[in-house]
Every structure is written in structure tokens, then in C-alpha cells.
Design a protein around this ligand. Structure first.
Ligand code: ATP
Length: 361
């Protein structure tokens, strides 16, 4: 089901001060997408999710789920959370420790007054789906963190919602389990026709799971796009910087030549991604460290040639992370271990125009 949000505003009052958590958010979440709300702490992600669920009341605006208005100030509509047909998975799992796995998953169906037989069938089917068959009688606390998270997922899915919402569901797991559970989640949800709205401040999670990512800042949505679009071809400096490591610097547009925008920056004159910017305008140049190739010798003929000196090199497994002085800037770069260079060396670098992003500040 599609979710459509218009002009959503929400304030909190904290210690006598008004905090604007959502500042006129307009957003369309397409049906059956895995859609992530990503942003730094306090940008309003959780508030937006809780407004969709109905756990928080907005001040202004409208929320539609599958075409039905579930909240509108102007129309005086406020559908209660349990009538919105949603499933929700929280950061803290929120599974009940004194109950068995079966009872945890059965609970939402019992509340709806379904018959015992129907409940047994639906719970069995859902537990099979999340690969917890045979755990029905186990106390929910005698499970690993990953299994507890699967119980929470089962409980959110058992009522066959058309939309499922996640609030940082993996943040209590250690790094390895987080990665495993992330992969499971992707494969479980990929098998369903369901719209997933996922809140996280973890960029890797957002990149790995999402069909689309909305990057938020201070109660606004800054940019929406596929993981690839946001990583390789962002429009805003804040987004490019938040989603990955970035060398950022001011630049001025000189001209447009053969499908490239040529800029002048602290690195010299570079051919960049084509952008519809007039000559003379100010922009932000962004180069990700992995696209700065240290070559020492043969350079990519299509790339922008640069010269620099290695300030520092740190082995981080797989590659060296290096700081390289180029022009009047110090750039982060990655150097393959088989490139024979050392700290202090002067090196040739090259960066393809397609990887010189031009952003708005
Ligand atoms: P995090 O990643 O830290 O959970 P978030 O992006 O989800 O952050 P929100 O929790 O939505 O952000 O909070 C948005 C703003 O509203 C923040 O400034 C926060 O301090 C404030 N806020 C959230 N909940 C309340 C509340 N119940 N009372 C007062 N202020 C609140």
C-alpha cells in the first residue's frame, strides 16, 4: 500500500521550550517498497514513523495509507493505531519475556478475538516463515538476540499487514549479528508484497536494505533516491556527506565541455559530472576516497590527473587509508596494498569525471 504524507508538522514542548520535530513533511512512499528514513539523531525520523503508526498526533497535515485518510486535522480524522492495518517492530523488540514464543506471536490475533484454530495456523505459518518452527513453547527470553528479533518480526507480520514499520530494529545487536539479521530481513521481506518503512541512522543498513532512502535533517526531507543515486549522484552536500566518506570542497563553475562541467577548485581545474549550473556559479565538489586512484606512473587517460604527496597511510585491512596533500587540500584516499608507495612519496592520482560530484550546499 502507498503511504502519502502532506504538510506534516509536529512540535513537542520540552522544559517549556517548543521543539519542531517535523517541519511540513511531504512524502510519498510507493506500495511494496522497502523505504528507509535515514538521518542523524534528532532529525525527526522516529516522530514521522510514530505519526504514521498513530502513536503520535501531528499538529498539522494529512496522512493517507492505501488511499484512505488515517489522520487529517482539516478533516477531523484520526484513525486509532490498531485500525490502521500496520505491523511494527521496535528497537527494543518489545517482546514479552514472561510469555512463550507462541503467545508472543499469537497476541495480536487474540486481541482481535480470532478463533484458537485460526490463531494456531497463522502463528505456525508465520514462525515457519521466520525460521522459528519448533520454538513455539520456548520462553521468549531464552532466545538469542537475533531470534528475539525474529519473534518481533513474526508478531508484526502475523496479522498480514500491508505495511510494516521498523524503528531501528537492529541497533541492539552486535555487529556480526546485525549483518546476519539484516540479510535475513531482506530475504524475508523480499518474499512478501508489503510496504516497509524503516528508520535508521546507520547508512550501511540503509544502503543494503532499501529500494529508496529519504535523508532527513532537522524535521525536513532533504533528498529521496535509490541507494545508488544517493551514494553516487547526490544533489546535496549534507546527503553526500552523511551517506559515505567524502572529500568536500568549494568550487566555481568555469565552463561546460563535451558532456562535463569544468570547475576550478583547491585541486586545480577538473572535469566533473554534468550539472546545469551557469559559468561563475559556486558549487561543492565531492570526491569519494575510493574513486581517487593512486597510480604512480600510468594514469587513466579519461580521468582528471592530479599530483600529491602522501601525508599518512594507515593499514585498515584490504586497503591503506591515506591522507594525500593535493593543491591546497588534504584528501582522503584508499591505496591498494600492491601499489608500492610510502608516506612522504609524491604520487600521481586520477579521478574520473563521473566521480567528481557537484553538489548544492
Ligand atoms: P534518534 O535517531 O535519536 O531516535 P530521531 O531522528 O528519531 O532521533 P526524533 O526522536 O523524532 O528524532 O526527535 C525529533 C526531535 O524531537 C528531537 O529534537 C527530539 O529531542 C524531540 N523529541 C522527540 N520526542 C520528544 C518528546 N516526547 N518530548 C520532547 N521532545 C521530543
Amino acid at each position: 500500500m502507498e503511504i502519502r504524507i502532506e504538510g506534516l508538522t509536529k512540535h513537542y514542548v520540552s522544559e517549556g521550550k517548543k521543539v519542531k520535530a517535523l517541519d511540513g513533511v511531504d512524502l510519498v512512499i510507493p506500495a511494496n517498497q522497502f523505504f528507509t528514513l535515514l538521518g542523524p539523531s534528532g532529525c525527526g525520523k522516529t516522530t514521522l514513523l510514530r505519526c504514521i503508526v498513530g502513536l503520535e498526533t501531528p499538529d498539522e497535515g494529512e496522512i493517507r495509507i492505501g488511499g484512505d485518510v488515517v489522520w487529517s486535522k482539516a478533516k477531523g480524522i484520526a484513525v486509532p493505531p490498531e485500525k490502521r492495518g500496520l505491523g511494527m517492530v521496535f528497537q527494543t523488540y518489545a517482546i514479552w519475556p514472561h510469555m512463550s514464543v507462541f503467545d508472543n506471536v499469537a497476541y495480536p490475533l487474540q486481541v482481535r478475538g480470532m478463533s484458537k484454530d485460526v490463531i494456531r495456523d497463522k502463528v505456525a505459518k508465520t514462525l515457519r516463515f521466520v525460521q522459528l518452527e519448533g520454538y513455539e513453547r520456548r520462553s521468549a527470553t531464552r532466545l538469542s538476540g537475533g531470534q528475539q528479533q525474529r519473534v518481533a518480526l513474526a508478531r508484526a507480520l502475523v496479522g498480514e499487514p500491508k505495511v510494516i514499520l521498523f524503528d531501528e530494529p537492529l541497533s541492539n545487536l552486535d555487529a556480526k549479528l546485525r549483518e546476519e539479521t539484516r540479510k535475513e530481513l531482506r530475504s524475508f521481506l523480499g518474499a512478501l508484497e508489503i510496504t516497509a518503512v524503516y528508520v535508521t541512522h546507520d547508512r550501511v543498513e540503509a544502503l543494503a536494505l532499501s529500494d529508496s532512502i529519504a535523508v532527513m535533517r532537522q524535521g525536513h526531507i532533504v533528498e529521496i533516491g535509490s541507494p545508488q543515486k544517493i551514494y553516487f549522484d547526490a544533489e546535496h552536500q549534507f546527503v553526500a556527506d552523511f551517506i559515505g566518506r567524502a572529500n568536500l570542497m568549494p568550487a566555481r563553475v568555469r565552463a561546460h565541455e563535451q558532456g562535463h562541467t569544468v570547475v576550478e577548485s583547491g585541486l586545480g581545474v577538473l572535469r566533473c559530472q554534468q550539472r546545469n549550473l551557469p559559468a561563475g556559479s559556486e558549487t561543492i565538489l565531492c570526491i569519494r576516497p575510493e574513486f581517487l586512484h593512486v597510480t604512480r606512473g600510468a594514469q587513466d587517460p579519461d580521468g582528471n590527473p592530479l599530483k600529491g604527496s602522501i601525508r599518512s597511510m594507515e593499514f585498515v585491512g584490504e586497503v591503506y587509508e591515506a591522507e594525500i596533500r593535493v593543491g591546497d587540500r588534504t584528501l582522503l584516499a584508499r591505496i591498494d596494498p600492491d601499489v608500492p608507495v610510502r608516506e612522504g612519496d609524491t604520487v600521481d592520482l586520477s579521478v574520473a569525471p563521473a566521480h567528481c560530484m557537484l553538489l548544492s550546499a
